[in-house]
Design a protein around this ligand. Structure first.
Ligand code: GAR
Length: 204
């Protein structure tokens, strides 16, 4: 079976990208292959993680490119050139327009560090999600992998995993636990699931 060509979009440290790379190496992600990493931020450490294992990289900065249109057009060119069939948002901090998400319907997945529909949508990203969960006082949080549509964090849920909040948690401590217990497990699983579906659709 032909592997699904995966592009991973990142903005930061890239620990979720690393989980995907490790899963590919371990063979648990075997229906897809990471062929490109695109960073929305110049100098993001995620780029180094990709370079370390020989995955081609590109930088598409919304700031540098000036407009949402130019930003998305540049990303599309990179995705087309790489023949990407599945786009994985792994800590990608830019919102994508409805035009973009429509073009790749059911072909973009995102990891979000809470149990959607809690603590999600516009303004909820990174550490802020965990700050909000702690402020609210929830006893259980977690992570969600979902398809990306025009509503921020609003697409169909693929996988979710719960993680307990512990007394005395700081946002940083909670973030780390959610990553270790949920994100780094779920994202490779979801990438494999969707890659397998796309690969099956292509036939032999
Ligand atoms: C992860 O916790 C991811 O779930 C979150 O940003 C972090 C990126 O870390 N994404 C969002 O908040 C998206 N709304 P990483 O760069 O180490 O993978």
């Amino acid at each position: 079976m032909l592997k699904t060509r995966i592009a991973v979009l990142v903005s930061g440290g890239g620990t979720n990208l690393q989980a995907l790379i490790d899963a590919q190496k371990a063979g648990t992600l075997h229906s897809g292959e990471i062929v490109l990493v695109v960073s929305g931020v110049e100098g993001a450490y995620a780029l180094t993680r990709a370079e370390n294992v020989g995955i081609p990289t590109a930088v598409c900065s919304r700031k540098v490119l000036g407009s949402q249109e130019a930003f998305e057009a540049t990303i599309c060119r990179e995705l087309d050139a790489a023949g990407a069939e599945l786009i994985v948002l792994a800590g990608f901090m830019s919102i994508l327009s409805a035009d973009f998400t429509k073009k790749y319907e059911n072909r973009i997945i995102n990891i979000h560090p809470s149990l959607i529909p809690s603590f999600c949508g516009q303004g909820f990203y990174g550490l802020r999600v965990h700050e909000a969960a702690l402020d609210y006082g929830v006893k259980v949080t977690g992570a969600t992998v979902h398809f990306v549509n025009e509503i921020p964090d609003g697409g169909k849920i693929i996988l979710q995993k719960a993680v307990e909040v512990q007394p005395g948690d700081t946002p940083e401590v909670l973030q780390r636990r959610v990553m270790e217990q949920a994100e780094w497990v779920l994202l490779p699983q979801a990438a494999e699931l969707v890659s397998a579906e796309i690969a099956a659709g292509k036939g032999e």
